[in-house]
Write a protein of this length. Structure first.
Length: 623
């Protein structure tokens, strides 16, 4: 097909070159013209921004060859965007030298390269919108929502049961679930459910965030039925298998406070053990050939849970760089009569055109003449639309925030999905409280957000104190301000839930894994838990200064990193005051909280309502 259209492509590329310079004015547009574009595209502007630079897509040189200058010029080139749109990029240019500080941060180089491509896509969509081209873009107001709340396929007779794929356009987030109804059939009854992501540039195969493999007749290790869970990436191949029933149950750890494998699985049922006919006692297993089941994979804060017929079965902790927001497809294969698939509680943005209290939710303007008492930076991920809306409707409504004495901003990296980035861009323009980061938002890179928060709190605004929190944390702004006033220290302060005796995780499959090369010592210096800590302005300024001088150790656990940085400042003569507050809860909520963590949108609204009703800082139930 490409050969047949060879002459047309040459002519088209020439026209695209003209369009690129005449309409988009992109100084590095020529780097994209060598990349083949989809034959079914109809908008020439979309072809131009559809891919990352060609060197990134070369499988043999994807991580080495791409020139740094191209990445930097693409991410930080001047763009034709308005002053309002510039508000979401106030820390962007301050992070221009991140690519020089990638040592010690997994996926850092890849995240910047990927951002180069997706940023170009987003800017092309912005240009299209301004020139009247919608082309299905969510930047066109009044369009059908691009991120659906749920997806379903109910008629099993229409499904290709040998290899069915359900596309998930905007990823998964905490609370999302995939429900599969089916009947194991065929010769063996074995089947697989894979949660897959988009492949990295230059990689032909997609990463597998979760590989869920049901083997009804066992495998080479066991003859009994078994469930095998794992993950896969092109860079690291398969990870360590997690089996249920487990051969080493004493080594299992809980995920979201639930067992990795339900202890009933693999055990002989009492009724079966009483059988007297000489037959082999039957061990409990939730799947059976020829019998229907309802299985749900649910996204938690630490991992993915599987329930079958309403009972918890297995848990699978997230692995490094394999996070739920990356999921773009559910693949089901094997000996299974698939009856239906339902994806629910998917991330979807709120339509600002139908928000009746829109003005009350917009961020108050910043005043260069008025220093802030407190700047609060909130870690968020691109498709966490509902969490950000819950924060806007609750603790961002404190009088100190609405009056401008306290400013709050969400720090959000780019998404690999164009639709999500378009929705995020609209949200940032609407509410004025989002700071976009020039990298794709892998968990291992959150330390860069900490740096960005310090930059905003000292370089963009002038704040007496700088606070970091998460979008699933409820912050009592009034209590934080009261605590800071009571402490009455404006120099060398780290205030939060202080951990003075902790060690690095050495399990390679742990989300918090730290190798001996990353941190050779047995213990960390004192640090404050990430859901809510505050540093004084001098510490935030010192972080920025150390970064500018190339002396800031990049460490992938951001809250521990702040402790490491402060320890270095102590060596240079800074007197540090560690102020512990046990009412900042790292896991969940307790009555009387100052910060409550792991609060979903409903819990956020409930906590705020209790405060408004005068019933005090009371919690709203379990996580």
């Amino acid at each position: 097909m490409k050969k047949w259209y060879g002459g047309v492509l040459v002519a088209s590329l020439f026209m695209l070159l003209v369009l690129r310079y005449g309409m988009l004015k992109d100084p590095i547009g020529e780097h994209y013209l060598m990349t083949p574009f989809p034959a079914n595209s109809t908008n020439p502007l979309k072809w131009l921004g559809a891919f990352a630079p060609p060197a990134v897509q070369n499988p043999e040189s994807a991580s080495q060859v791409i020139p740094t200058e191209i990445v930097i010029s693409n991410l930080f080139a001047q763009r034709n965007i308005s002053n309002e749109e510039q508000q979401s990029l106030q820390t962007w240019n301050h992070l221009k030298h991140l690519i020089d500080h990638v040592q010690g941060l997994p996926n850092a180089v890849e995240a910047i390269k990927e951002a180069s491509g997706v940023w170009n896509n987003l800017m092309a969509s912005v240009e299209e919108s301004k020139h009247g081209y919608s082309n299905g873009s969510s930047l066109g107001r009044g369009k059908e929502k691009q991120c659906p709340y749920f997806l379903n396929k109910m008629n099993g007779t229409e499904l290709d049961n040998s290899d069915y794929k359900l596309q998930v356009p905007c990823g998964l987030t905490q609370g999302s679930s995939i429900t599969v109804i089916g009947i194991p059939n065929g010769l063996l009854g074995n089947f697989k459910i894979d949660l897959r992501g988009e492949p990295l540039p230059g990689e032909p195969d997609s990463p597998i965030i979760l590989h869920y493999n049901v083997r009804l007749h066992g495998d080479k290790i066991t003859e009994d039925p078994v469930i095998v869970q794992n993950s896969w990436t092109a860079a690291h191949d398969w990870g360590e298998e997690e089996r249920c029933p487990s051969p080493n149950p004493e080594k299992e750890k809980k995920v979201d406070e639930l067992d990795q494998c339900n202890k009933r699985v693999g055990n002989v049922s009492r009724r079966s053990s009483l059988v007297q006919d000489g037959s082999k006692p039957r061990k409990h297993f939730p799947f059976k050939q020829g019998y229907p089941f309802v299985a749900t994979l649910r996204v938690g804060s630490e991992g993915i849970q599987m329930t079958v017929d309403g009972k918890h079965l297995t848990s699978f902790a997230y692995r490094e760089a394999l996070e739920p927001w990356l999921v773009s497809e559910v693949k089901i294969s094997g000996d299974l009569q698939l009856i239906s698939v339902l994806a629910s509680a998917l991330p979807t943005s709120e339509d600002s055109e139908h928000v009746i209290d829109l003005e009350a939710l917009k961020s108050p303007p910043l005043s260069s003449q008025r220093p802030l008492d407190l700047f609060v930076g909130v870690f968020s991920t691109a498709n966490n639309f509902k969490r950000r809306m819950a924060v806007r409707r609750t603790w961002m409504q404190y009088p100190a925030v609405r009056s401008g004495a306290v400013a709050v901003r969400f720090f959000v990296g780019l998404h690999k999905n164009k639709i999500v980035n378009e929705e995020l861009w609209n949200e940032a323009e609407t509410y004025g409280d989002i700071q976009l980061m020039p990298f794709v938002d892998y968990y291992s890179l959150i330390t860069w957000k900490t740096l960005a928060i310090c930059i905003f709190g000292t370089e963009v605004v002038s704040a007496k104190y700088v606070m970091k929190t998460d979008d699933d944390a409820f912050v009592r702004i009034d209590e934080v301000l009261a605590s800071l006033q009571r402490i009455s220290t404006t120099h060398g302060l780290l205030y939060g839930l202080i951990n003075s005796n902790s060690q690095p995780h050495r399990n390679p499959d742990s989300k918090w894994f730290i190798s001996s090369e990353e941190w050779p010592e047995e213990n960390y210096p004192p640090w404050a838990h990430g859901p809510g800590y505050v540093v004084s302005r001098d510490i935030a300024k010192a972080v920025v200064k150390m970064n500018n001088e190339g002396r800031l150790k990049m460490f992938k656990l951001e809250d521990v990193a702040m402790g490491i940085w402060i320890a270095e400042m102590k060596k240079e003569g800074l007197k540090v005051r560690y102020e512990n507050d046990e009412k900042i809860y790292n896991e969940g909520c307790k009555d009387g909280y100052v910060v409550a963590h792991y609060q979903g949108p409903r819990e956020m609204l409930c906590l705020w309502q209790k405060l408004q009703e005068g019933t005090g800082a009371r919690c709203c139930g379990e996580r």
